[in-house]
Design a protein around this ligand. Structure first.
Ligand SMILES: Cc1ncc(COP(=O)(O)O)c(C=O)c1O
Length: 348
């Protein structure tokens, strides 16, 4: 179905039109499913929990970055870029999805990765996402620290210019105002799914969710979602679990992205109170396992056959478990967990 044709009338029409007018490329499978998790809901004894399957975005084993890359690569291609350079941790899902998208579009891709997690073993540096990066034909360079990686980015940009090639650089996680547009669009998609009275007779049809939860790191996903829901006047609060830095730092980054993306769309910036990022689930650092993550991972796998990841969605889901157990999430209105992908990191 043509995205712009879907539900053309209604409060999202202007927003949809503004997004459709931006440079973009089609990369993913849309809409991603919105599925109930009845056995998990019964196990936790709280509200009905649903999962938005952005782990199933289709390209290169999927994940949230595919939505961002549709806009990032659209803009890069419109500017004539033939080389894409991006950064991330060694097991970056963003890097892997960028490599897959570049393969699809016939673009050269250089991934400049840094050792953000204290693991230097062969499995970590050659398996999981790194294995896929190579499979997609990306050039991978791994550095000990982010400073050296930044130096390599400058060098790679200069080398491309020398070769007479135009290169585009995407920051970590593809989190720019342009990348965030992917999640502005996801807000429209989600609202249609919970608002559609005919969505296969699903229990969520016509039932507005009480909360959306997700894991947040570089902030683009949360920024786009908050802005999109605000523009739609959807009045569904979003709670993010910080999985990289502190909640304060993540919120500040998200606020900046929201303001920039709002200006790009020429719409009002939502109040800062719409940005709810929580600490408490990161553990001793980015990519370091926690007991709560392990419990969330194994519970979702055993009760629903749902595969989370240890770095992002596992910690995000641990935040959801805690909010149900504390009684913060209760009643009959559904709760939606946004599954942002990342399962390749399970295999290292
Ligand atoms: C699997 C997964 N989930 C969540 C996130 C967080 O998204 P964002 O960086 O947009 O906050 C990322 C990327 O950082 C990711 O790879």
């Amino acid at each position: 179905m043509n995205r712009s044709a879907a539900g053309a009338a209604g409060p999202g029409a202007d927003l949809r039109q503004a997004l459709d007018a931006m440079p973009q490329v089609a990369l993913g499978h849309w809409p991603t499913p919105l599925e109930p998790l009845p056995r998990l809901s019964a196990h936790l004894g709280g509200p009905p929990i649903w999962v938005k399957r952005d782990d199933c975005t289709g390209l290169g084993l999927g994940g949230n970055k595919v939505r961002k890359l549709e806009f990032l690569l659209g803009e890069a291609r419109a500017a004539g870029a033939t080389t894409i350079i991006t950064v991330g941790g060694v097991q970056s899902n963003h890097a892997r999805q960028t490599a897959a998208a570049c393969a699809r579009l016939g673009l050269r891709c250089e991934l400049v990765l840094s050792r953000m997690v204290a693991r230097h073993d062969a499995a970590y540096e050659t398996g999981g996402n790194v294995l896929l990066d190579g499979l997609f034909g990306a050039e991978v360079k791994i550095f000990d620290d982010m400073q050296s990686a930044a130096e390599r980015v400058r060098e790679a940009l200069a080398e491309a210019a020398k070769r007479g090639e135009r290169a585009a650089f995407f920051p970590g996680g593809g989190s720019t105002a342009t990348g965030a547009m992917g999640y502005v669009r996801a807000a429209i998609e989600l609202e249609q799914q919970w608002g559609a009275a005919d969505s296969a007779g699903s229990a969520i049809a016509g039932s507005r969710p009480q909360r959306i939860l997700l894991a947040s790191s570089t902030g683009g996903t949360l920024a786009g979602l908050v802005l999109g829901l605000h523009a739609l006047r959807a009045a569904v609060p979003v709670t993010a679990i910080a999985v990289c830095g502190t909640a304060v730092a993540t919120s500040a980054t998200v606020a900046g992205l929201v303001a920039e993306a709002a200006a790009k769309l020429d719409i009002k910036t939502p109040s800062p109170t719409a940005i709810d990022v929580r600490d408490g689930f990161l553990g001793s650092g980015y990519g370091k396992p926690t007991d709560a993550m392990r419990e969330a991972l194994s519970t979702c796998a055993r009760l629903e056959g749902l595969v989370l990841d240890p770095v992002y969605s596992g910690k995000g889901m641990a935040g959801l478990f805690a909010a149900v157990r504390s009684g913060e999430l209760s009643g009959d209105a559904p709760v939606i967990f946004l599954h942002t992908g990342g399962s390749p990191a399970l295999f290292v």
